[in-house]
Design a protein around this ligand. Structure first.
Ligand SMILES: [Cu+2]
Length: 150
């Protein structure tokens, strides 16, 4: 029979052993998105497109997406370290990108006509800011949100 103390020691050891590989993987993922010109700057490029995906097997669905994958790319940055994201609008309508939950300057926050002029079809807008907080946030359009996000 195992007592409470032995159970706690074993479960703590198992939890510690499981957490090590995840930590190592997180560190190894960091360098692949660094800009060659400036190793301190995270640099991403996103194309906003309208395409067709097979969400339900055998059926085509018209979708808006960031890149060709239905799931938008994960953008990684470090708290207090500048990040640059070039967003190219390949739609036939205006768009912006709002960085939800990030405390950044209003002209980089993707709110059309308040913080920035919307990105016109065919144009690229460069978002450049330094995330002041750590955390997991999300991003989305702030133009015609019902259709572009829906
Ligand atoms: Cu939002």
């Amino acid at each position: 029979m195992i007592n409470r103390r032995a159970l706690l020691i074993r479960t703590t050891a198992i939890a510690a052993a499981l957490s090590v590989p995840q930590y190592v993987m997180a560190i190894k993922r960091q360098p692949d998105k660094l800009n060659d010109e400036n190793k301190q700057l995270y640099h991403y490029k996103i194309n906003v497109i309208k395409t067709v995906k097979e969400i339900i097997k055998g059926r085509s669905t018209s979708v808006y997406s960031y890149g060709d994958n239905l799931n938008a790319p994960v953008i990684k940055a470090r708290q207090g370290q500048a990040i640059r994201i070039d967003v190219t609008n390949l739609l036939d309508e205006d768009t912006t990108v709002h960085w939800h939950g990030l405390r950044i300057p209003v002209h980089m926050d993707g709110v059309p006509h308040t913080g920035q002029v919307p990105i016109k079809p065919g144009e690229t807008f460069t978002y450049y800011f330094t995330p002041p907080d750590a955390g997991t946030m999300w991003y989305h359009t702030h133009v015609n949100s019902v259709q572009q996000m829906g």
